[in-house]
Design a protein. Sequence first.
Length: 136
Amino acid sequence: MRRHQTTEDASINLTPMIDVVFLLVIFFMVGSRFDSGSSGVQVNVPGAGDFRSLSRLPDERIIEVGVGGRVRLDGQLVTMDQLTDTLRQQRQDYPGLRVAVRGDGDSSFQQVAEVLQRVSAAGVEQMGIAVRGLRR
């Protein structure tokens, strides 16, 4: 018996080795730290003034004027003096306090005007009147 000897080309597949080397290069590039402190550029960093706490401002306060002169601040029944005192205190805590006044369609405008005067007396500068659009 005679064996056929075939000559096979001995070759090495270099693709996996190139992939590994490429990944090592990327790893060392990402993992290395470049020294940027020796740039020689002098920078004067500005200082900050006084800091105030970053507290969330309250949402717009809603005052509802009902029939019979009932006044509600955010759904709670209040007197006119309580309304003024509460808004004055909130205005001191949050200078940008906003107020919307809703008047009932059956109530008199005199009641709404009195509430607007009390809101103004409390020091609130941003106020508005909420109305419902007309239907055509």
